[in-house]
Design a protein around this ligand. Structure first.
Ligand code: CO
Length: 212
């Protein structure tokens, strides 16, 4: 209970500090949220969405799960995307992976974690298809980094293939999907160059080519 008390004490101080700087901050946010961004990131405690991109409460809508995955049948992530695009009208969806991701590493090494093995199965399959280029890298850390990047690219593609995003583009709604990867060691996020703002360019970001 002492730990909870400490957290609530932290919360009290945080709320007071913000209120001191902007007296109407919470009352304004309570009225409505108008975030321009949807963040789809890993649950990893070291990759907090708001802090990484320097945004305050109210500025980014967030979905996080193990290894930042967008499964086509995951009602949770699909509902988040639908609400963000159709109701909040976000203009950017950012898929953020991170180097040193435990989920990606477990998929790479076929490590048995438990139930989560099923969740990260698609990363394992991505690795199996792209094994030649990944295994060509010298260290396990390099191979993990590459699989983290490839996984983000795959999820950007998955976002672009959801009915919600396809429908938004079809009706001319302004919406871009981006893929970035965050470095735990230096706190820096890098653009993977797979930004999409229309359906026609989507196939180009899927990381698997016929030659693979
Ligand atoms: Co992770």
């Amino acid at each position: 209970m002492d730990e909870l008390k400490q957290l609530l004490e932290n919360n009290r101080r945080w709320a007071e500090e913000i209120q001191a700087q902007q007296p109407d901050f919470f009352s304004r946010l309570a009225g409505q949220q108008t975030p321009r961004y949807l963040w789809i990131g890993c649950s990893d405690s070291r990759v907090p969405a708001n802090q990484v991109i320097g945004l305050m409460p109210g500025e980014v809508f967030v979905h996080r799960n193990v290894a930042n995955l967008v499964h086509h049948s995951d009602l949770n992530v699909l509902s988040v995307i639908q609400f963000a695009v159709d109701v909040l009208k976000v203009e950017h969806i950012i898929v953020c992976g991170h180097y040193g991701c435990g989920g990606v590493h477990a998929a790479l090494t076929d490590q048995h974690v438990g139930l989560a093995d099923n969740w990260i199965r698609s990363i394992r399959e991505l690795y199996q298809v792209l094994r030649k280029q990944i295994d060509a890298l010298p260290t396990e850390s390099d191979r993990g980094d590459m699989l983290c990047e490839l996984n983000v690219k795959a999820q950007v593609y998955h976002v672009s293939q959801t009915t919600v995003v396809k429908d938004a583009w079809a009706r001319g709604q302004k919406l871009a999907v981006h893929g970035i990867v965050y470095g735990l060691k230096d706190g820096r996020a890098h653009d993977l160059g797979v930004s999409l703002d229309n359906a026609d360019d989507a196939d180009a970001v899927w990381p698997i080519t016929p030659a693979d």
